[in-house]
Design a protein around this ligand. Structure first.
Ligand SMILES: Cc1cc2nc3c(=O)[nH]c(=O)nc-3n(C[C@H](O)[C@H](O)[C@H](O)COP(=O)(O)OP(=O)(O)OC[C@H]3O[C@@H](n4cnc5c(N)ncnc54)[C@H](O)[C@@H]3O)c2cc1C
Length: 410
């Protein structure tokens, strides 16, 4: 294939655009252009190569009542979207089968093994090596009981190639003045990292793509055909190429349906508050406050706190209660934070087995797809782009992509 239309310009689509262009393809990226619409704008920026266990696990099902929003936890379901999440939940429960979970973990381990180096490679390609900060991350516990429980669970869990150890007193003391009191304990990871700013990284890749002659079409795809590869745009225009790549995040189910393919992607919505006012040092890594259900990340644009897994439509408005709860958590930790922070809600694109869909359509080999990266789309975007590049240039991918076939959903 010589030319390709990429549908969706979040971190996954943009990484693929840059990588495929570097491989010599004429790439057109189609995206409506609202930078805050996709999950790529508002995430926690964590390169989470340690997260090798799929979320579709019995452990998470059993924990659900204790994790629900009603009792102070992060988990919620939008009742008005019950028709979306009921069939999705049935598939999710089936995916929790221990044998499927084990296979899923093996597949995720392969995908995550080279995720951090892949970020460094794409940052180099974009001419911005500074956008990747490989300084690990921290999980912290504010109570002694939480720390005991958490450290015991961490010792039993699998973390892929990433490693962790308990933090020493000196490392915990770095939170002095940043939090109202020091954590009781923490786990510090190596082999993980963060980006300097998620939207900044996306902008840098977009700039490099356009500088090298890449074409961006600010529009929405409303119709698709595989042969010939053609996209009909909301504005009425039509674009053609040799191939298509679908990377439309939480909207990918709708886009794949245009090709007659089933892909049960749901919006797993998350929220953030971000403050330009902060005394969180730039070199203090992303910290997950386990008992408070929030992740805190220092970006070049400010301090961001993220939380919540709320199942529903990616187009629904935000729930005010979630931002209020997030603010309450921030105040409980004693973080210095603006009284009028930026507020954002967006959707992780989640498939029921929490594995992304990465591959080539079996019945139309000129259609590639890369979506459904759920909690790990920032982490996995560059490695996904390398896999897409192998498929587009008829080379063997670095590992077996069978577990990621979209055809697994029938
Ligand atoms: C609160 C929160 C925290 C997170 N933290 C992390 C983290 O720390 N680390 C991590 O790895 N991941 C994290 N994630 C997950 C990560 O953000 C997502 O998995 C990732 O951004 C998905 O990228 P994407 O490119 O697939 O989709 P998106 O970023 O959603 O982009 C999809 C794009 O497709 C466009 N589109 C949709 N329909 C069409 C159409 N018909 N035609 C053209 N374009 C279309 C959309 O407008 C959008 O721009 C987090 C997510 C959330 C919500």
């Amino acid at each position: 294939m010589k030319s390709i239309l990429i549908i969706g310009g979040g971190l996954v689509g943009v990484s693929c655009a840059l990588r495929l262009q570097a491989a010599g393809l004429a790439v057109t990226l189609i995206d409506p252009g609202d930078k805050k619409r996709g999950a790529s704008y508002g995430n926690a920026g964590h390169i989470g190569s340690e997260q090798v266990s799929p979320w579709s696990a019995w452990e998470n099902v059993l924990r659900a009542p204790r994790s629900s929003f009603g009792v102070g936890g992060p988990l919620d379901f939008r009742w008005t979207d019950v028709a979306l999440w009921t069939p999705w939940s049935m598939r999710f429960l089936a995916a929790c089968d221990p044998a499927r979970f084990a296979r899923g973990r093996e597949a995720l381990s392969a995908l995550l093994e080279d995720a951090l180096p892949a970020w460094q490679r794409i940052a180099d390609l974009a001419g911005r090596p500074d956008m990747v900060i490989p300084h690990g991350h921290v999980t912290a516990w504010m109570t002694r009981e939480g720390a005991e429980r958490g450290l015991a669970a961490f010792a039993k869990a699998q973390w892929g190639k990433a490693t962790w150890r308990e933090m020493n007193a000196g490392e915990l003391a770095r939170y002095s003045g940043v939090l109202s009191r020091l954590p009781q304990a923490g786990a510090v990871f190596s082999g993980t990292g963060q980006v300097s700013d998620p939207q900044g990284a996306r902008d840098a890749m977009l700039a490099s793509f356009t500088e090298r002659g890449g074409v961006i079409v600010a529009d929405s795809v409303v119709g698709l055909s595989a042969t010939p590869a053609r996209a009909t745009l909301a504005s009425g225009g039509v674009r053609e190429a040799d191939a298509l790549l679908v990377s439309a995040g939480a909207w990918s189910g709708r886009v794949m349906a245009m090709l007659g393919v089933r892909a049960p992607v749901i919006g797993e919505r998350g929220y953030h508050l971000q403050s330009t006012e902060t005394n969180w040092p730039r070199d203090l890594p992303t910290t997950v406050f386990d008992e408070n259900f929030i992740a805190v990340s220092r970006f070049t644009t400010g301090l961001r706190c993220t939380s919540f897994v709320e199942f529903g439509s990616p187009d629904a408005p935000g729930d005010e209660r979630k931002w209020r709860r997030l603010r309450q958590r921030i105040d409980e930790l004693g973080l210095q934070f603006s009284p009028t922070p930026e507020r954002w809600v967006g959707s992780r694109p989640s498939l029921p087995d929490f594995l992304p869909a990465i591959g080539r359509l079996e019945r139309a080999p000129n259609v590639l797809y890369a979506f459904g990266h759920a909690h790990l789309g920032l982490t996995e975007a560059p490695i996904t782009s390398e896999l897409m590049c192998a498929l587009a240039t008829d080379k063997a991918p670095a590992f077996d992509l069978a577990p990621f076939r979209v055809e697994r959903f029938g």
